[in-house]
Design a protein around this ligand. Structure first.
Ligand code: APR
Ligand code: PHB
Length: 395
């Protein structure tokens, strides 16, 4: 016999989307139960991207989640865009009056977990056999097996599918009722963390005929760097020396006196690059948010920020539904969220195709021409700045 738990909102997934949603709902007196497949330790340690756009930082501040971000994060005015022998600073603050913050998603995740634990709301880690039921009715539920092996059933007014692209939520509705658009890119990123002070004050996005490279950072002593590699690459194919040599070449070590300082690599992984959007983001009483509804390639640094903006729209919709039986915002959720999702999807695709090397030399010349225009024209640079620093949540 399954143990039955009654709550307002059943949230599947304890990533940034799920935990921020739980936090925003709790602030408005709406109760939730979170069901997560992985362990708390695993979720807290996952290495992800590290740029928070303006509206994400504003929201985290408003809801009391920015104390450590403000103490330990780093505000950046813009980025460097470069190609061989040229490096240009794109100053978002000058161009659009907005900055971004460098603060690892791993740290955001830890802050969300601490805040969630402090509210004393229920969370079930290491859940297996997670399944959704009756999402087309007004009393949906989620069943799962707990870490103790016992069967549980969460009965709720609504279910939030925040379980990423591999979770059960995005395929819970009949396939006839949903549509998916996808783009797979033929390359991946090899990402490394290194115990070395960043060799730059702001992120460098570099076009190079050997492939794209990026220099990011996590703190004054930890650098995060990426290399474009062919799809299907294994980390074993890249020794530390090969990684640092490729980074030095592609990032322009020695040009204009700039130097890349190598250091001990503490982590490495290969990230596939793809775009995917699923619509609608609401199916009966199931609401999708974050990676469950859409994936972007990391080039535009939008993954976490989109998860945050989805949830910022979803929380008031669920509060109105649960507390006042008012479904107006819930009915509008999918359309409102998808406008922003498609903007970020286009921007991420645009950054990706502008910076990554393909097989066609004609494309490479077009890329260089586009880079010169973006870096050299106020109109081009403003377009990049507006999208990168982030559009308003209600776009
Ligand atoms: N049952 C319960 N939880 C599940 C299941 C399942 N069957 N499958 C996956 N999950 C959990 C994952 O373990 C993960 O903790 O759902 C969570 C989804 O979290 P994220 O992947 O962090 O996705 P999201 O919260 O939408 O945040 C999006 O994270 O992946 C990055 O680049 C992405 O920055 C973006 C951000
Ligand atoms: C990162 O710091 O991990 C990072 C930054 C910017 C991106 C992608 C990843 O576009």
């Amino acid at each position: 016999m399954a143990q039955t738990i009654r709550t307002d909102v059943a949230i599947i997934g304890a990533g940034p989307a799920g935990l921020l949603l739980a936090h925003l709902l709790a602030a408005d007196g709406v109760e939730s139960v979170v069901v997560e497949a992985r362990s708390a330790e695993y979720v807290a340690a996952r290495i992800r991207a590290g740029i928070l756009e303006h509206s994400t930082v504003d929201l985290l501040r408003q809801v009391g989640l920015a104390t450590r971000l403000q103490a330990e994060g780093d505000e950046h005015r813009g980025i460097y865009l470069q190609w061989p022998h040229e490096r240009h600073h794109i100053d978002f603050v000058d161009l659009v009056g907005r900055s971004v913050w460098v603060y690892g998603q791993t740290e955001v995740q830890k802050d969300l977990m601490a805040a969630h634990a402090a509210t004393g709301q229920q969370i079930h880690y290491e859940a297996s056999d997670v399944a959704l039921h009756d999402i087309g009715s007004t009393s949906p539920s989620v069943t799962f097996r707990g870490s103790d092996g016992r069967a549980h059933r969460v009965e709720a007014i609504a279910v939030a599918g925040c379980d990423g692209s591999h979770g059960p939520s995005r395929t819970a509705a009949p396939s006839a009722g949903r549509q998916t658009w996808e783009r797979a890119y033929p390359y991946s990123w090899l990402g490394v963390l290194a115990d070395v002070a960043p060799s730059t004050d702001e992120l460098i996005y570099a076009w190079h005929s050997d492939g794209f490279a990026m220099h990011s950072m996590r703190s004054a002593t930890v650098s995060r760097l990426y290399l474009q590699v062919p799809g299907g690459t294994s980390v074993d194919q890249w020794s530390d020396d090969r990684i640092w040599d490729a980074l030095a070449t592609r990032l322009g070590h020695g040009q204009g006196g700039w130097r890349l300082t190598p250091g001990p690599i503490t982590s490495r992984s290969v990230l596939p690059m793809r775009s995917r959007v699923q619509a609608p983001m609401r199916l009966g009483r199931l609401f999708l948010a974050g990676d469950a509804a859409h994936i972007v390639p990391p080039t535009g640094a939008k993954g976490l920020n989109l998860a945050v903006s989805d949830v910022a729209l979803l929380a008031p919709a669920l509060v109105a539904l649960v507390r006042h039986g008012n479904g107006t915002l819930a009915d509008a959720y999918s359309e409102t969220a998808l406008r922003r999702v498609w903007r970020a999807t286009h921007f991420s695709w645009w950054m990706t195709t502008m910076l990554h090397i393909g097989t066609d030399p004609f494309d490479a010349q077009l890329q260089l021409s586009q880079l010169r225009w973006v870096a050299g024209s106020a109109a081009g640079a403003t377009g990049l700045a507006e999208n990168y620093a982030g559009l308003p949540i209600r776009y």
